[in-house]
Design a protein around this ligand. Structure first.
Ligand code: IMP
Ligand code: MG
Length: 186
């Protein structure tokens, strides 16, 4: 079990209030999610494309796809993000569009965290226009009390507390993405 004092050398002077998810908990849950996704999309159902939303999903996606026991393809989307702030602006733009064909494939959009849900809602709208066979979201973290129920978020790692979290891909002003745990900053 890592404690805040154990990780001070990773933090550039910022203090960790609490380690919310330990590396082992994340690993175990990501393994379960991979198996859930494998069961939801049997090979006979068709092609599976795992679409990672950059940059926040890069660590999660790398671990997740190695736990999905079936053939699949990987591509990425880049949407405009928060910048240096910690609240959602509601404005979502596609900066990089996947080159992979989406038509007729089962698409799992991988997000680091769903907060207000604006990002996911906007991206689902854009992706539906490409006529995938199906479209679902897999979010490592879901701040469920921040948004109305979202059935499109079909795979959820953890129900996150309403704090600002960093690590395992999640950043604060581009810092802390490399942390192998998820923490609440002081
Ligand atoms: P939404 O559009 O409000 O759902 O915000 C989703 C996006 O905001 C995510 O892709 C994250 O990049 C970012 N975000 C939301 N909450 C947090 C957080 O607690 N830590 C880091 N990034 C966050
Ligand atoms: Mg972000």
């Amino acid at each position: 079990m890592l404690k805040p004092a154990d990780v001070a050398h990773l933090m550039g002077g910022r203090k960790v209030a609490r380690i919310v998810y330990q590396p082992e908990e994340i690993r175990a849950r990501v393994g379960e999610l991979g198996r859930e996704i494998g069961e939801a999309y049997p090979v006979s159902s068709g092609q599976l494309l795992v679409l990672g939303l950059l940059k926040g999903s890069f660590v999660f996606l790398g671990d997740l796809v190695r736990e999905i026991p079936r053939p699949l393809q990987v591509d990425f989307l880049v949407a405009s993000s928060y910048g240096a702030g910690t609240t959602s602006s509601g404005d979502v733009r596609l900066v990089y569009d996947p080159e992979t064909r989406l038509e007729g494939k089962h698409i799992v959009l991988v997000e680091d965290i769903v907060d207000t849900g604006n990002t996911v809602r906007r991206l689902m709208g854009l992706l539906r226009e490409r006529h995938p066979a199906s479209l679902a979201v897999c979010a490592l973290l879901d701040k469920a009390e921040m948004h109305a129920p979202m059935p499109e978020v079909r795979f959820i790692g953890f129900r996150a507390p309403p704090a600002f979290l960093v690590g395992y891909g999640l950043d604060h002003a581009e810092d802390f993405r490399h942390l192998p745990f998820i923490a609440d900053l002081m």
